[in-house]
Structures are given as C-alpha cells and as structure tokens.
Design a protein around this ligand. Structure first.
Ligand code: GLA
Length: 484
C-alpha cells in the first residue's frame, strides 16, 4: 500500500477508536474516560460498576444504565455472570501463599496479543511474534514473554476432565504446541484467564477451577498468567469497603489468592498479573498476591490514556522488586500517536517500572519505533537488579509550576542518578532543573548524558547551576547524570 494510503488508514482507525470502543473493548466503568459506545453490531454491556464491555448484540438483553456514563447499556442474562460459585475462601481459611520469588522480580518485558488482535488470534500470529522477538533483536534487548490474551479456548470446558480446551481452529497444536515453539526460541509463554465464571469475552473463567487450570497451564508449559476480573458472581463481589478497610481479605483479593496458591502448587514458577483495573485498593495488597497489578482500565492509543496512566502510577507507586504497578499494554505502533508520544509512552512505563508488553503487529514497526523499544539504556534502568523502585517526581527549581501528571522525575539505578522530563504541553517548551534539586547534593560538578542518544552533552555544571533543554510537545527526555 502507498504510504499516504496507509497513513489515511491509520488516521481513520485512530478517529474510530476515539469515537467508539472496539469489539470486546472497555466502554464504561468507574474511572473510565474512553469511548462509551461500541462499533456497529456490538453493545456496551455492564459487567460491574467498574467495567462495561462491548459484546456482540445478540448475546444481550434487558436495558439498564451504566455506572459512569449516560450510554444505553444492557446487562448480560445469557452468560454465567449471574451464577453463584461455591464460596470456599473465607478470610480465616483463604490461602496466604506469596507469589514465586523465582520470576517477576524486575518488571515483565514482552508482547501480548490483545491490543494488536483482540479476539482475532491464532497460533500463527503468536508464533510470528515469538520469531520477530528474535529477528528484530527484541529478545537480545531483553524481551521475553509472548502472551496470549482472551479468546483462546472453546466456549465449554471438557465435560469429564473439566479442563479448559484450546480452540483447535485457532490453536491446532494446542497451547502446549505453542509453548514448545516459544520455548525453542529461548522465550516464555503467557496465557490469560479470569477470576470469575467467564472471561471478559465470555470464555470459561477459572473461579472454582483454580487447581485444575493451574495444573493444566503448568502441564502445557505456560510461564505467565494474566488474571482478569469479569463475570464475578454476586457472592464473590465487593459492594462496599471491607471490615477494617482490609482489602487483602476482600472477596476480590481472595479470588486472586486462590489462584496464587494454585500456581504455587505447580512445578513451574509462574509470573502472575492481576487485572483488576486499579480497583479494590489493589496497590495495597497486590504484591502479596501477584507480581504486578493493573492500575487502569484498558489502554487506548491516545495521549489522554498515557497521561492518565502516568498520573495513576505516580499516586500508587507501591513498586519494588517482584511488585509492579501495571500501566497496561503498549500502544506503540497503534493509532495515531506521534513519535514523541510514543517515546513518552515507553519512557514513562520504563521509569515507573511498569511491565512492558508490546501490543502491536511487530512486523509493522518502523526503525524509529524499534529504536525506541530497544533502547538499551532505558531498558537497563527498567531491569536494574540493584534498585527496584521507580523514578519519583521532584521539584526542579523553586516555585516551579505543578502539572498533572508531574513533568520532572528522578530515579536511581546501579549506575547512579537519572532525570526524566516530560513535556505535557502541546507546544515545545524549555525545561530546567538544578542538580541540587535532583537530589545530587549541594556540592560537586556534573555533566549530562542523553540516554536516548547514548551520548554525553557538552558542558559541566555546579550543583546549584540550572540545566535547560527544549523538549518537543508530549516528548520525554531521559538523562543519566555523570558525577565528575
Ligand atoms: C479486559 C482486560 C483487557 C483484555 C480484555 C480481554 O478488558 O482489561 O486487557 O484482557 O479484558 O477480553
């Protein structure tokens, strides 16, 4: 296709995604700022106060009003969402097993099928992504997990074994066949399930089947589980604040704790991602249950999503080794983000130590985008094995204006001190900081190293001196400070 035609297609796709949510996409819920209507033939369905989703219109009925929008929404009556599941996890007896220490200590680096393909997935697409990890140099850069999202199984479990069954039309070699191919490349495989009776797209959920499913995933060779939060029976939901504000003992946390324990009983170590969209105070208990926990609703390829995710992460940064706030999967390569916005998307996920799961058809990335996601210095900060915590906002000079999200961040690594500056405005702007304000002390001499370019900038500075740089609209500069 001619470049101009391709650009038009991209722009058309972007404006469509802004206006309407895509099939199986999020379309409402507390804290949701994206589209609240669905593309033709799909209906926005209330799953819980926190989550509405675009489902095929035929599977819905009964009209109601969603929690946070005025869009007409229907409630599912034909799926098992209203079913009850046996309550086995009362606080006193619920498992307290922690997540494995063998994996997930630094934030995950990988790819996930959802943002690229939604439900339209198959073995060929997943194996292609794994091969592209190798051919594009992503594996060499540290990317490891190739993750299958929703829609991989048949609608019903095996009647006798009760195991979830991979859809043979999509995965002719089963999940174990995919695992064999992914492992042969020196990579790891991730899969998706749900802590309710059905996944968000209506496939079998794991609530009540945790042991069977964990054993099945382990036998198949799976290394990572993303665990979603759709279709929760009423007796497993949280309607108010739990006693003593103890969210670790909420119904929601206990549903996830059952899976942590089931995974821990397997011979393989699993990395465990909790997908509760930043609800139920998950940042207070997530590290006791999994390696990472979603902070937001579903990502979109928009600047507003990127800034919302940064703001949320900054205010809930309970982050360290084995414990990472998940700002959701990457949109680099999708929609109409500018290159500067894609740089900020990557740099912010890096500096805040979010998992980074690429979310596009990797074969379509251009050299600029590949250079962003393979930047060795930024990835080294993200994967540092000496300092686990994220960069944090700082005041760059006295009486600096405040912005949301903050623009100036300082972070430590095994190498020393790093400064990241986001230009949140839509015009180029001069950004300034003093070395003393970046926590480098009141004496000494410093120079600045550009992490994107891998080069030292000219000039040396005293602690009280002001360093200034022009930052392009929505761009992020990333610096390492040389102590001379
Ligand atoms: C939810 C999750 C998404 C994706 C879909 C799949 O929306 O938040 O990341 O997994 O479900 O249906």
């Amino acid at each position: 296709m001619m470049l101009s035609g391709f650009l038009l297609l991209l722009i058309g796709f972007a404006s469509q995604t802004l206006a309407q949510s895509q099939p199986w996409g999020q379309c409402g819920g507390i804290g949701w700022a994206g589209a609240t209507t669905c593309t033709s033939g799909w209906t926005c369905v209330l799953s819980s106060a926190y989550y509405s989703q675009c489902l095929q219109s035929a599977s819905t009925s009964a009209t109601t009003t969603p929690a946070t929008s005025t869009t007409t929404t229907t409630v599912k009556t034909t799926t098992s969402s209203s079913a009850t599941a046996t309550v086995t996890g009362f606080p006193a007896s619920a498992p307290t097993v922690p997540p494995s220490k063998l994996v997930g200590q630094t934030p995950a680096l990988g790819w996930n099928s959802w943002n690229a393909y939604g439900c339209n997935i198959n073995e060929a697409k997943v194996v292609a992504a794994a091969n592209q990890f190798v051919s594009l140099g992503l594996k060499a850069a540290g990317y490891q997990y190739v993750n299958i999202d929703d829609c991989w199984p048949l609608a019903a479990r095996n009647a006798s074994s009760k195991q979830i069954v991979p859809d043979p039309a999509k995965f002719p070699d089963g999940i174990s066949g995919v695992a064999t191919q992914v492992h042969a490349l020196g990579l790891k495989l991730g899969i998706y399930s749900d802590a309710g009776t059905a996944t968000c797209a209506g496939f079998p959920g794991s609530l009540g089947f945790e042991s069977i499913d964990a054993a099945t995933f382990s036998a198949w060779g799976v290394d990572y589980l993303k665990y979603d939060n759709c279709n929760i029976p009423a007796n497993w939901s949280d309607t108010g604040t739990p006693q003593n504000n103890d969210w670790y003992n909420s119904n929601s946390a206990i549903r996830y704790r059952q899976m942590t324990a089931a995974l821990a009983a397997q011979s393989r170590p699993f990395q465990f991602n909790l997908c509760l969209w930043g609800n139920y105070n998950v940042w207070n208990w997530g590290s006791r249950v999994g390696h990472s926990w979603r902070l937001t609703g579903d990502a979109s390829a928009t600047w507003s999503f990127i800034t919302t995710a940064i703001t949320t992460s900054v205010s809930h940064s309970a982050t360290g080794f084995g414990a990472h706030g998940d700002m959701d999967m990457m949109e680099i390569g999708n929609g109409a983000l500018t290159i500067q916005e894609q740089r900020t998307h990557f740099a912010a996920w890096i500096m805040l130590k979010s998992p980074i799961l690429l979310g596009t058809d990797l074969s379509l990335l251009n050299t600029t985008q590949l250079a962003i996601i393979k930047n060795a210095e930024l990835l080294a900060f993200h994967q540092d094995t000496t300092v686990g915590g994220p960069a944090v906002p700082f005041t760059p000079f006295s009486s600096a204006p405040t912005t949301s999200p903050p623009e100036y961040y300082v972070g430590k690594s095994s190498k020393g001190t790093h400064v990241f500056i986001i230009n949140t405005s839509s015009a180029a702007a001069t950004k300034s900081f003093t070395f003393a304000n970046a926590g480098l002390g009141s004496s000494g001499t410093f120079s600045v190293h550009d992490m994107w370019a891998g080069t030292d900038l000219a000039g040396t500075y005293a602690a009280s001196a002001t360093f200034s740089v022009t930052v392009q609209p929505h761009d992020t500069v990333a610096y390492f400070i040389n102590v001379l």
